[in-house]
Design a binder for this molecule. Structure first.
Ligand code: NDP
Length: 313
C-alpha cells in the first residue's frame, strides 16, 4: 500500500471542507482533500440558497459548491475523489486510510464529513428506495410531475422540499408526526399558503405500498389510532440527518448521536492535531454559513498547531 506524508489532510467537501481548504492553502499548508461519497456535500442536493450572505439575489446549492471548489483549487488545494475508511489517531502523526488503497500520514487532520439523511427504518422503505422512495425531492421530484406524492417530516427541509414538489406535482401530502411543524415560521407560512400542499398532523407511516414502484402508503393517526391509505406514487423522507462520524468512533469524543465534540470556541477535538468543522460537529445551527465559518476556524487552528508543535515528519 502506498504511504503519503502530508501536513494537512481535509476529509469532506461541503462548505466546511472547502473553506478549510481555502484558508489552509493560502497559509501554505498544502492541503490534500478527499471529497468523500458526495462531492460538494448536502448543498449539491438542494435548490435555491437565499440566506448565504453576499448573494443578494440568491444562488443555487450546486453552483455555490462549484464556486467553493474553484476557490479552493485556485490556491493549490490537492482535491481528490476518494473515501476515508479507517483512521488511527494513536500517535503524533495521524493515519488515515483511503479505501484500503492508500495510507495518508498527516500532521493535522480536518474532519468535515458532514451529515447524511435519516430514514424511517421501514422494510418497504428500503425495498422501494430508488423505486419511488427518495430522501431528495430536488433530485427526484422531476419524476413525479403531475402526480400525487407524500413527504414525511416537519422541519425546514421537509417544508422546503414540499414547496419544491408542489411546483411539480398535483398534490403533496406532508406527513407530520406531532401536532405542529418544527420548521421556521417563514417556511410554515409558505407551506400553509400553498394550495396543493396538505399537512397531515399526528401521523406516522406504517408501510409504503407497491411492488416495483410506489402505489401508495399506509398511515396511522397517533391520537385516534385510525389507519388510512393515500394513493401516492412518490414517497419522500425528510426527517433530519445523522453525522458521518462512524470511522472516528473510539478515537474522538462524541455525543450520544455521534456528533464530534469540539472544545468550545475552537475546532479542536480531544486528539491534538485533529480538528472538526461543519455539520459533523454541529447539530444546532447546521447552516452553510456556520459550516463555512467553522471550516475557517479549523484551518486557523491547524496552522497554529503546526507552528507551535514539532510533529515528526
Ligand atoms: P430537523 O431535525 O429540523 O427536523 C426533522 C423533522 O423530521 C422534524 O419535524 C421531526 O419531528 C421529524 N422526524 C424526525 N424523525 C422522524 C421519524 N422517525 N418519523 C417522522 N418524523 C420524524 O431536520 P431538517 O433536516 O428539517 O433541518 C435540519 C437543520 O437545517 C435545521 O436547523 C433547519 O433549520 C436547517 N435548514 C434550514 C433551511 C433554510 O434555512 N433554508 C432549509 C433546510 C434545513 P419532530 O419535530 O417531532 O422532532
Amino acid at each position: 500500500m502506498e504511504t503519503e506524508h502530508v501536513d494537512c489532510l481535509i476529509i469532506g467537501s461541503g462548505p466546511a471542507g472547502y473553506t478549510a481548504a481555502i484558508y489552509a492553502a493560502r497559509a501554505d499548508l498544502k492541503p490534500v482533500m478527499y471529497q468523500g461519497l458526495q462531492p460538494g456535500g448536502q448543498l449539491t442536493i438542494t435548490t435555491e440558497v437565499e440566506n448565504y450572505p453576499g448573494y443578494p439575489q440568491g444562488t443555487h446549492g450546486p453552483k455555490m459548491m462549484e464556486d467553493f471548489e474553484a476557490q479552493a483549487r485556485r490556491f493549490g488545494t490537492d482535491i481528490r475523489f476518494g473515501l476515508a475508511t479507517k483512521v488511527d489517531f494513536s500517535g503524533p502523526v495521524h493515519k488515515v486510510w483511503i479505501e484500503d488503497q492508500r495510507l495518508i500520514e498527516a500532521k493535522t487532520v480536518i474532519i468535515a464529513t458532514g451529515a447524511s439523511a435519516k430514514w424511517l427504518g421501514l422494510e418497504s422503505e428500503q425495498r422501494l428506495n430508488g423505486f419511488g422512495v427518495s430522501a431528495c425531492a430536488v433530485c427526484d421530484g422531476f419524476f413525479y410531475r403531475g402526480q400525487d406524492v407524500a413527504i414525511v417530516g416537519g422541519g425546514d427541509t421537509a417544508a422546503e422540499e414540499a414547496s419544491y414538489l408542489a411546483k411539480l406535482c398535483k398534490k403533496v401530502y406532508m406527513i407530520v408526526r406531532r401536532d405542529e411543524l418544527r420548521a421556521s415560521k417563514a417556511m410554515q407560512h409558505r407551506v400553509f399558503n400553498t394550495p396543493n400542499i396538505e399537512v397531515i398532523f399526528n401521523t406516522e407511516t406504517l408501510e409504503i405500498l407497491g411492488e416495483n414502484g410506489v402505489s401508495g402508503a399506509r398511515f396511522r393517526n397517533v391520537s385516534t389510532g385510525e389507519q388510512f391509505e393515500l394513493p401516492v406514487t412518490g414517497f419522500f423522507v425528510a426527517i433530519g440527518h445523522t453525522p458521518n462520524s462512524g470511522i472516528f468512533k473510539g478515537w474522538l469524543d462524541m455525543d450520544e448521536s455521534g456528533y464530534i465534540k469540539t472544545i468550545p470556541g475552537s475546532s479542536k477535538t480531544n486528539v491534538s492535531g485533529v480538528f472538526a468543522c461543519g455539520d459533523v460537529q454541529d447539530h444546532i445551527y447546521r447552516q452553510a454559513v456556520t459550516a463555512a465559518g467553522s471550516g475557517c476556524m479549523a484551518a486557523l487552528d491547524a496552522e497554529r498547531y503546526l507552528a507551535a508543535v514539532e510533529v515528526p515528519a
